[in-house]
Design a protein around this ligand. Structure first.
Ligand SMILES: *Cc1c(COP(=O)(O)O)cnc(C)c1O
Length: 376
């Protein structure tokens, strides 16, 4: 069976995990966590990065830091993972879903302004497949209406928009290091803070509502409970695993990109023949080969393709059920405007196996199998 995903492992993870154990420091914010934060700050040009226990809790932190009040509204795409939305619900917001663009499956920036009301406080964008949303337009709308922008960059680590790392463009950026993402620590994530005014509040929120981070820097002589908070620090064991991956970040990226490019070249004739559609990478965007997907004619054809691949030992998957049509989406939000693409395009999309270390032989088997399906 060719799996859909294999968690990345470069080989030296175990050595760093052992170092964490030997240092007798396995709780949060030890040497490995600090190294990971500093690496991302440097590499992505971010003023502050904090590792978290997941991409979801990074989003929770971002939404809580936005300071929403009951009845406030948050604009987001319906075509996204539940975490994007549930973080806003946790912070007390009402969800306002808008349609996506069919070419990138990202939020349609031209539909945002019509969804703004006097209760709107935040726009959450999700960079699908590590391909950036149209951020210049979105930031312009946010500035004109005095809104905050949170980037769900869970899939966008190492991607850029006009040369800027995804996650560093809005007020906050959120990364995921789940095992299904390009870089992993099992479960984990990171919050990118782009406005230094939020640094201190973020540290307090992450450290159970205490000013412990300040205490460790010697800025206060005792630490105490100063505001509401939660626990968002990952263990050093997880951070040590991630550290090994960050040191090999370019190698992982190149390896995934080679598979992505090979898929792309192989499927070009199928796209030219009008059998499938391929994803669009806008000119300003450098992506990270997080995902390779095809779009079939319709839901029926997609179901048949996934079944055909499975019968031939290949696991391909689809997502997402649009949030506005899910039970919780109906409870916590509304769709603004017309659902022209969200439902229709999500029903046609199929993701092919793509992971660090995928062999050429397996990749070719996937390609041959898709061609065999369309030759029937
Ligand atoms: C993976 C993912 C998340 C959640 O990340 P976790 O680390 O699994 O909590 C959030 N948003 C998007 C778009 C994702 O792909």
């Amino acid at each position: 069976m060719i799996p859909f995903n294999v968690p990345p492992c470069v080989g030296d993870e175990i050595e760093y995990v052992k170092q964490a154990i030997d240092s007798h420091k396995i709780c949060g914010d030890g040497a490995f966590t600090k190294q990971c934060n500093a690496w991302m700050e440097e590499r992505f040009g971010a003023q502050k990065v904090l590792l978290t226990t997941s991409g979801t809790t990074a989003l929770d932190m971002a939404m809580l830091l936005c300071g929403l009040e009951p009845g406030d509204e948050v604009i987001l795409p319906s075509y996204t993972f539940s975490s994007t939305a549930t973080a806003a619900v946790l912070a007390g917001a009402k969800l306002v879903f808008v349609d996506i663009r069919p070419d990138t499956m990202n939020i349609d920036e031209t539909k945002i302004e019509a969804a703004i009301t006097d209760r709107t406080k935040v726009i959450i964008v999700m960079h699908y497949a590590g391909v950036a949303c149209e951020m210049d337009t979105i930031l312009d709308i946010a500035h004109r209406h005095n809104l905050m922008v949170v980037e769900d960059a869970a899939q966008g680590v190492m991607s850029t928009y006009k040369g800027k790392a995804l996650g560093t463009i809005g007020d906050f950026g959120c990364y995921s290091f789940h095992e299904t993402k390009n870089y992993s620590m099992g479960e984990g994530g990171a919050l990118v803070i782009n406005n230094p005014a939020y640094n201190e509040r973020a540290e307090i929120l992450r450290e159970k509502g205490t000013n412990r981070a300040k205490f460790f820097r010697g800025q206060v002589d005792k630490y105490t409970w100063v505001d509401f908070g939660d626990s968002y620090l990952p263990s050093e064991l997880n951070a040590a695993y991630l550290w090994a991956q960050l040191l090999h970040a370019d190698e992982i990226n190149d390896n995934r990109m080679a598979t992505w490019n090979a898929y792309r070249a192989a499927f070009a004739p199928l796209a030219q023949a009008g059998k499938v559609e391929l994803q669009t990478i806008p000119e300003d965007c450098v992506h990270n080969a997080h995902m390779f997907y095809l779009k079939c004619k319709d839901l029926e054809e997609r179901t048949a393709l996934i079944r055909y691949l499975k019968d031939n030992g290949i696991l391909a998957v689809f997502h997402y059920i649009p949030l506005h049509s899910a039970p919780a989406g109906r409870k916590f939000g509304r769709f603004d405007g017309e659902d022209r693409y969200t439902t229709r395009e999500s029903e046609r999309l199929v993701r092919l196996p793509l992971y660090y270390g995928m062999t050429e032989e397996d990749r070719n088997r996937v390609i041959d199998c898709v061609f065999a399906f369309y030759a029937q």
